[in-house]
Write a protein that binds this ligand. Sequence first.
Ligand code: TIU
Length: 223
Amino acid sequence: MPTVDARPAPFTFDNDSTALLVIDMQRDFLLPGGFGESLGNDVAQLSRTIQPLAALLAAWRGAGLPIIHTREGHRPDLSDCPPAKLRRGAPAMRIGDPGAFGRILIQGEYGHDIVDELAPLDGEVVLDKPGKGAFYATDLQEILDKLGTTRLIVTGVTTEVCVHTTVREANDRGYECLVLADCVGSYFPEFQRVGLEMIAAQGGIFGWVADSPTVIAAIQEQK
Ligand code: TIU
């Protein structure tokens, strides 16, 4: 089984039990004018993840391993959006408002979909989720059970919000999670650094952290 250099200790995975999770690489979070920017964020902080993630996706696809993309968003009637989430903060635009890329974080809108560079291919799972965690109100657990997945390679945005929430949910469900530092991004450099440290601290309290080139090399060695 391939073992990659990771913090706090090496991470071992095999093809039969490992899936790649790509969290919320949506235009609304990554492009200027979208939801992320409406919350007052510098979206440029996230775009550095696109290129390494595209390389990882290419390697993962080359090995024929399972890929699950997630998208945070809501039904057009907002019936799955808690009023507290709609009201939170004082954003210039709220979920469901018309934005530069259609209604913000609404399923079916251009901004809700994944950036072109990382577009899902046929056969890859695209999981819509109403919350920050990918297990909440979704069938992710059933999908992973069917695949026989016990380990997740976790990528996407943002590190301290949807990535953290999902990794914590996964850890509590018994999955071993390796988070790839260069393939996760935060609007806040400080949260990126501390967010990754929090995962690997205390002997890997809820996961491992590594960089994508080590994983790509391990996949290619296996072939
Ligand atoms: N605002 C922020 O950092 N993140 C989110 O709202 N969603 C995700 O992290 N995907």
